[in-house]
Design a protein around this ligand. Structure first.
Ligand code: T4K
Length: 379
């Protein structure tokens, strides 16, 4: 019986390797609250990122804390994208901020040319997303932010280990958030990172994670409990040893997909050549394809359903747009971001994981070709 192929599988170390780290936790008798595994993981990540970082229980809580640490005034407007995971918008709304949705470009990131017309006297920040690890136009966004005195928080949930011109993406903006969820290129089971360069944020980024406790006798802010525990940090330490190989395998899988899709009509993939031209070291986080039904002869949903008959579970990241969620649709209008709306109706992310076998990759490629073949046949 053929096994189900999901959109991804978590990167996992050999069990013995994880048990080695678990033994250290047992010996130390220290399970959470900045223990030795946390400290070691943080140090390793700072070396990798080349910037200051703090670790959190997950990416969403990290984003929430980034917003709190920047002290963005309640009622302020934040320019952001509707083409993202629920987390990005929820973090703003939960902090009493108003998302102002800006349209996106072909590479799924915020259209920097459309940001300035949205700026009002209430605008306090920009929150762009490096969707699928496609890096936003950070230079232009930085220029706009400086001109209008705005803070920039990058949702870099998908952008772990990416570099642009040799610089880690962690260096851009005031603060960047990376997700270490099980479904990401690199995981610590659940986890989040905030990277920053201005030392003035360090205290709040640490305190807010631990109830706002500055020391035993002083609670200086209204904080959360968002600490990464030792078991998560241990998983991160083990997975870091696999990272380079994992990205190399993902690259091969993408190349297999591209070969299979070559010549198939109406399917758009990421512009991998542009990554090379822009000197981006990419992480192959997702394998998005856009289906233009007029040229392909079938819709995104036709392909989604066909793959399911083959026990292949692709996902519609990101459909629906945030602005079309039940909890937001009365407040926002997705027709104001037409590019995002069109892309969200066409997008499908195909299975990709470092542990995918060659046979699984072949099964996915064959299914895609079969779909195109059926249309040719029926046509
Ligand atoms: N910003 C952006 C732009 C994000 O994409 C995300 C998260 C965040 C912020 C927030 O970061 P975190 O707080 O999550 O750190 C998944 C992930 O849960 C979520 O982290 C991710 N984005 C989002 C794009 O995808 P779901 O609801 O699609 O996950 P789920 O449970 O359906 O998993 C997808 C597939 O992965 C499953 O069908 C099978 C496979 N899987 C999953 C898990 C958890 C496994 O094989 N093993 C596993 O342990 O959200």
């Amino acid at each position: 019986m053929e096994k189900v192929i999901y959109v991804t599988k978590p990167l996992m170390p050999k069990m013995d390797r994880y048990v080695d780290e678990l033994k250290k936790i047992w010996n130390a008798g220290w399970l959470t609250n900045n223990g030795p595994e946390y400290m070691e993981f943080q140090k390793k990540l700072e070396e990798l990122f080349g910037s200051k970082i703090e670790l959190y229980v997950n990416g969403h809580m990290a984003l929430d804390i980034a917003i709190k640490a920047l002290e963005l005034p309640k009622g302020g407007e934040v320019i952001t994208t509707p083409y993202t995971f629920a987390s990005t918008t929820h973090a703003l709304v939960m902090n009493g901020l108003t998302p102002v949705f800006c349209d996106i470009k072909e590479d799924y990131t915020l259209d920097e040319e459309k940001i300035e017309p949205l700026i009002t006297d209430k605008t306090v920040a920009i929150l762009p997303v490096h969707v699928y690890g496609c890096i936003c136009n950070v230079e232009k966004i930085d220029e706009i932010a400086k001109k209008h005195c705005l803070k920039v928080i990058y949702d870099a949930a998908h952008a772990f280990a990416i570099k642009k011109n040799g610089r880690s993406v962690a260096e851009f903006g005031d603060i960047s958030m990376f997700s270490l969820h099980a479904t990401k290129v690199f995981n610590s089971i659940e986890g989040g990172i905030l990277s920053y360069h201005d030392e003035k944020y360090a205290k709040e980024l640490r305190n807010l994670r631990n109830f706002g406790i500055a020391n035993e006798e002083s609670v200086t802010s209204v904080g959360l409990n968002a600490k990464m525990n030792e078991f998560a940090a241990a998983m991160g330490i083990c997975n870091l040893e696999l990272l380079e190989e994992a990205i190399a395998v993902r690259k091969q899988i993408v190349e297999s997909y591209l070969a299979a899709l070559d010549g198939m009509k109406g399917i758009k993939t990421l512009n991998y050549q542009a990554f090379e031209e822009k000197q981006i070291e990419y992480n192959y986080a997702y394998m998005p394809v856009e289906i233009d039904e007029n040229t392909a002869g079938y819709t995104r949903d036709d392909l989604y359903r066909f793959l399911q008959t083959k026990k292949i579970v692709a996902r519609k990241y990101f459909y629906p747009l945030v602005t079309d969620y039940e909890c937001y649709k009365e407040r926002f209008d997705s027709s104001l971001t037409p590019a995002a709306r069109q892309i969200s109706r066409r997008i499908l992310t195909l299975p990709i994981a470092a542990s995918m076998t060659e046979k699984e990759v072949e099964r996915c490629c064959r299914a895609l070709q079969e779909m195109a073949g059926r249309v040719r046949h029926e046509g």
